[in-house]
Design a protein around this ligand. Structure first.
Ligand code: EPZ
Length: 418
């Protein structure tokens, strides 16, 4: 396994180019299962998770080729409808093949994803939604087997919680179902809208893009897509917070500021200077950062995927900050590691109370999940001394070329064999 060695307390300067969004690319790749022919997906990040999703599609019979950041995918000859435990356990988002495989093949067998570091991560909303579209489901030996007689039929789906991949799975099932489907309390994340745009480019009929109510009129067949993956808003937010924490001034390019309304608001009230233009952001840090409170919410609220990173900024802010995590039940794994670097944080239920201190100190720490590992990188960039972060395969799932991008910003960071 690899580790990162970071010598901190160097300001960040220069320009960083944001890659395509991991959480958009994954459903876009899964959606290619819905139509024969060559699909073209631009701006696809080259990550552990996108490589896993492509490996999964290969086991189903798809073929693909990458030309720089453009992906060409062909699913003409699907010859398997099973997503195996080995692949699904490495990436929960593999569950995104459930809806399209059922819609295309009329049957599928997908391993239950199992839990992960940040929570139980059930998929009951996905399964209930497919049942409402006429699927017959059975759970056996840790697998979900799903089948639909001739085809799925449109129906009503209501999400108790606006599930992102739940909305995406039902969308991909509904576009080829017979009749109308209405999804209520749908997730409104930009990644869901990116998928809606792809499906519409394939000939799907979908109303309500970007709202919590999506209406789909099923069609009999779809044509291959050409779509561009939206910029990664979580990668963007991670770099904005890194500048706020380590200091300096950076231009963040090829991003979409309109996808980060809550974060930009919060960072400005913490005192950061942020100038927006259509597809870039300029960020610099004032002398001292003020503490703020945040509560994670579904989009357009504060993203849970930026909670750990924001917490690091608060460890060096003036005063007390209360950070409340409402989406996942165990998303404070980074706290113990940050305390090893001198942070003063107390957990009380699903809230963390952070008392700002003068400086963090380098230490040996361990990554536990994707965004926790990003928060450790942010902390290491600001800390005085050297930090070693082990198990960085977590990081490589969701941050394209993070070492190269940070080095270009003047950070002293290198990767070493553990
Ligand atoms: C997506 O996960 C993202 N992953 C996550 O990003 C992100 O944190 C999450 O949405 C919330 O924004 C991808 O898009 C691939 P949910 P997802 O279904 O879809 C509960 C990252 O770091 N729930 O919106 O799995 C669930 O337990 C990852 O990039 C059910 O109870 O999240 C959670 O409490 C981490 N039953 C809440 O809903 C279900 O059937 C929201 O989960 C589904 C979800």
């Amino acid at each position: 396994m690899n580790k990162l060695i970071i010598e901190g307390a160097h300001k960040l300067q220069g320009e960083v180019r944001i890659s395509g969004a991991k959480n958009a690319a994954l459903p876009l790749i899964a959606a290619t299962l819905l139509a024969r022919g060559w699909h073209t997906i631009h701006n696809v990040p080259d990550l552990r998770d996108t490589r896993t999703m492509l490996a999964l599609l290969e086991t189903l019979g798809a073929e693909w080729k990458r030309e720089s950041s453009t992906l060409l995918v062909n699913t003409d000859s699907l010859n398997n409808f099973e997503a195996s435990y080995d692949l699904v356990k490495t990436m929960r988002a593999s569950i995104l093949v459930l809806g399209p495989l059922l819609a295309r093949m009329g049957k599928t067998r997908v391993s239950l994803p199992g839990g992960c570091a940040i929570g139980a991560r059930p998929i009951d909303f996905h399964l209930q939604g497919l049942k409402n579209l006429g699927a017959t489901l059975a759970l056996e030996e840790g697998y979900v087997t799903a089948s639909a007689k001739k085809h799925l039929t449109g129906g009503n789906v209501y999400f108790d919680v606006p599930s992102v991949t739940g909305t995406e799975n039902i969308l991909m099932a509904a576009v080829l179902a017979k009749g109308e489907t209405v999804i209520k309390n749908a997730a409104r994340e930009p990644e869901v809208s990116n998928l809606v745009d792809m499906l519409i480019s394939m000939g799907a009929r979908i109303d309500g893009r970007g709202t919590d109510r999506l209406t789909i009129q099923g069609v009999t067949r779809l044509k291959p897509a050409e779509i561009t993956t939206i910029p990664d808003r979580i990668e963007t937010g991670t770099y904005l917070i890194a500048v706020g924490t380590a200091g300096g001034e950076v231009s963040v390019t090829h991003c979409n500021p309109s996808h980060l309304p809550s974060l930009i608001e919060k960072l400005r009230s913490a005192g950061l200077i942020i100038k927006e233009s259509e597809n870039s952001l300029f960020v610099s840090r004032p002398a001292k950062v003020q503490s703020i409170d945040i509560k994670t919410q579904p989009y357009p609220g504060f993203p849970t995927d930026l909670q750990a990173q924001l917490m690091v900024l608060m460890t060096l802010a003036n005063g007390l900050s209360v950070i409340t995590e409402t989406i996942f039940e165990n998303r404070f794994m980074h706290v113990a590691e940050l305390k090893r670097m001198g942070a003063e944080i107390k957990i009380n239920g699903n809230s963390a109370i952070v008392k700002g201190i003068k400086q963090l100190k380098g230490a040996r720490v361990m990554a536990t999940d994707l965004r926790a590992s990003a928060s450790l990188v942010v902390a290491a960039l600001a800390a005085h001394g050297v930090t070693e972060i082990s198990r960085i395969y977590h990081l490589e799932r969701g941050y394209e070329d993070i070492v190269g991008k940070l080095q270009a910003l003047g950070a002293r960071v290198r990767k070493e064999q553990e």
